[in-house]
Design a protein around this ligand. Structure first.
Ligand SMILES: *[C@@H]1O[C@H](CO)[C@@H](O)[C@H](O)[C@H]1NC(C)=O
Length: 620
């Protein structure tokens, strides 16, 4: 009898994994995710309690002590060890401290491309207890000044190649009493001081940790800019806690310390900086740094440097799949790709062509308090739900009215969660453990990202601005972005910022900017519906000059459509959804249209142009 019971129990136990598997085929992966998440939680808790506070810089210094000879950065034929990086940043810190008289708590704006100096300067600022504001190096004039003043920086450090852009805004910076340093040798422009010579002369001895004794988990570490919905970019405040959370993503993705990561995404964005650079420091890996993406160099670089981990955005994967096939397509050591925005069809193409690479798709906004990771590798999904995750960060998909551009509310005024499988707006509860730090000096935009009285009176949620869908197995799919931004070439473009620049053109009375889908391309390309001033014709030259001088290439409206009057909603909001759906096909749209030809200007749109774009003969 006893034996019988024992056997039954044993058989039951043996069957348990099978039963669990039948109930949930992802049981093991879910479990492993849970274990990693718990480990990270414990580690974060330890960092929080540790005195003095353990920052990403301390982590870097620990790696320097442990592996001074290990290669940290490979860049354009040069190689720098962890030890060298430490000494370089000591020099930079001493030069900045002496000549810019920086003290803990000061903010310094970095206006630099992807190069080792970017990393040294940031580390230097961290050593001084300063906050780094990471400016997008594509921006110019008004936007540049705006980003600069957002973070109230008193010092600007610029790359030698960005000198012209700095000179353009120099008079205003001078008025504001800003010190400007250029990472180059002697500079003959009054008001710009050279920094490289000062760095070379400085000592490389370590700096006292006392300098940053007051930094804690909640101290501002960085400002990273995201596109604004009303006009100009917004500076998202990134504190040390946020850096830790983002850099742990690599652990969830399964990155190891012997990996070699290829970073070509801009370091001024959170993908390149937080997930890429900080994640690499956390693991103590080698970074292959590149100025910018190049489809023709990509795989050669991977082979040359034995790269094992790459980062991506959807557009890049698409480019990679579009370069002509080669015999050595599978000759590389890349085993993991981390990123976001890859389309399901590109994903399948990519795996088929480049071999067995684990694609770890992640979702999250720079300033957001919610993220997902597709740790299963399910093609097409941006993440998977996990009950631990939902416990830590309550979120919901709510019903959204795309015409009115607002969430649907029930008779009591509360939002409505969509049934599983339907598309809804992602909102995440703002709380102590899931804070939303908001944007520097921009209360209005900060408030705009908050949604109140969502499920009960007085609750506050972060409005992600993204429409998602979650299927019955818990896989999360990206559907669309709402409202006032669209994504093109991996950059978010704020429609009102583009419209503001268009309105400076004499002939334009009103402008409605939106993104349209282009066959065979990721994201949406810029298009503007314009109403001209009375008795004026479209001045294509003036419009081209304006967009060329004031907007980075990814933000310029590629198509223009002239309308007698712009359609608005009942609340006088511009209608974008319908226009975006209509696209740019002259066979469908009867309005006069223009097309922005690379380096030429606006020319009348024709069916021939449309066809060559639609058939992929012209790539935008
Ligand atoms: C890449 O790996 C190969 C073989 O494992 C090795 O011979 C080569 O030196 C490595 N290259 C670099 C740049 O580390």
């Amino acid at each position: 009898m006893i034996e019988y019971i024992l056997y039954t129990a044993l058989a039951g136990l043996a069957l348990l994994p099978l039963l669990l598997y039948l109930r949930n085929p992802y049981f093991l992966q879910d479990l492993s995710y849970a274990i990693t998440a718990i480990k990270i939680g414990v580690q974060l808790g330890r960092f929080k309690r540790q005195k003095p506070f353990y920052s990403i810089l301390d982590c870097f210094l620990e790696k320097v002590a442990k592996q001074p000879q290990k290669t940290f950065i490979l860049f354009e034929g040069s190689s720098y060890t962890y030890g060298q990086a430490d000494r370089e940043s000591n020099r930079a810190a001493r030069a900045l401290s002496t000549h810019a008289r920086l003290a803990a708590g000061d903010t310094v704006a970095l206006f630099l491309g992807n190069e080792p100096q970017f990393v040294w300067t940031w580390l230097a600022l961290a050593k001084l207890g300063c906050t780094a504001s990471l400016l997008n190096y594509n921006i110019r004039s008004k936007s540049l000044l705006h980003c600069f003043s957002c973070c109230e920086a008193k010092v600007l450090v610029a790359g030698a190649d960005l000198r012209e852009a700095v000179e353009e805004v120099l008079p205003t910076l001078k008025e504001q009493g800003v010190r400007v340093f250029l990472l180059g040798e002697a500079c003959d422009v009054e008001g710009i001081e050279s920094l490289s010579d000062k760095i070379q002369q400085a000592s490389d001895q370590p700096l006292s940790p006392q300098l940053r004794a007051n930094i804690n988990l909640k101290s501002p570490a960085l400002y990273i800019y995201t596109s604004g919905t009303t006009g100009l970019p917004k500076a998202a405040l990134i504190n040390h806690e946020r850096i830790w959370m983002a850099s742990f993503l690599q652990s969830i993705a399964g990155m190891r310390s012997d990996d070699i990561i290829y970073i070509y995404l801009p370091l001024y964005h959170s993908a390149g900086f937080l997930m890429g650079l900080c994640g690499a420091i956390e693991k103590g890996t080698t970074v292959v740094l590149r100025r910018k993406f190049s489809a023709s160099h990509f795989w050669n670089d991977c082979r040359k440097y034995n790269v094992t981990v790459i980062q991506y955005i959807g557009e890049i994967m698409h480019y990679l799949c579009n370069i002509p096939q080669r015999d050595n397509d599978r000759d590389h050591k890349v085993r993991l790709a981390l990123g976001n925005g890859i389309r399901a069809d590109t994903w399948a193409d990519f795996l088929q062509r480049f071999g067995d690479i684990r694609i770890c798709e992640c979702y999250g906004a720079t300033e957001g308090n919610i993220g997902f990771v597709n740790y299963i590798g399910k093609v097409g999904a941006i993440g998977k739900e996990h009950f631990l995750h939902k416990m830590g960060c309550p979120y919901a998909l709510i019903r959204y009215n795309t015409e009115k551009e607002e969430p649907v509310r029930d008779s009591r005024g509360f939002c409505i969660e969509v049934p599983r499988g339907e598309t809804g707006l992602l909102v995440a509860k703002i709380g102590k453990r899931t804070p939303f730090s908001g944007y520097a000096k921009n209360k209005q935009q900060t408030e705009k990202k908050k949604l109140t009285d969502v499920f009960v009176k007085g609750d506050v949620y972060f409005n992600s601005g993204d429409l998602l869908r979650i299927d019955s197995e818990g896989f999360v799919y990206f559907q669309d972005r709402i409202g006032d931004t669209f994504r093109w070439k991996g950059e978010n473009v704020a429609t009102t910022e583009v419209a503001d620049h268009l309105l400076m053109v004499d002939c334009i009375e009103e402008a409605n900017v939106y993104g349209v889908k282009v066959p065979g391309h990721e994201g949406r390309i810029g298009m503007a519906a314009l109403k001209l001033k009375e008795n004026m014709d479209f001045d294509d030259k003036a419009a081209y000059q304006q967009v060329k001088n004031s907007l980075p290439s990814y933000a310029r409206p590629r198509f223009i459509r002239l309308q007698d009057s712009l359609v608005v909603t009942g609340t006088f909001k511009q209608m974008k959804v319908k226009l975006a759906e209509e696209g740019f096909n002259p066979a469908v749209i009867k309005d006069r249209m223009f097309y922005l030809e690379d380096n030429k200007g606006y020319t009348p749109m024709t069916q021939e142009i449309f066809n060559s774009i639609a058939e992929g003969r012209v790539r935008l």
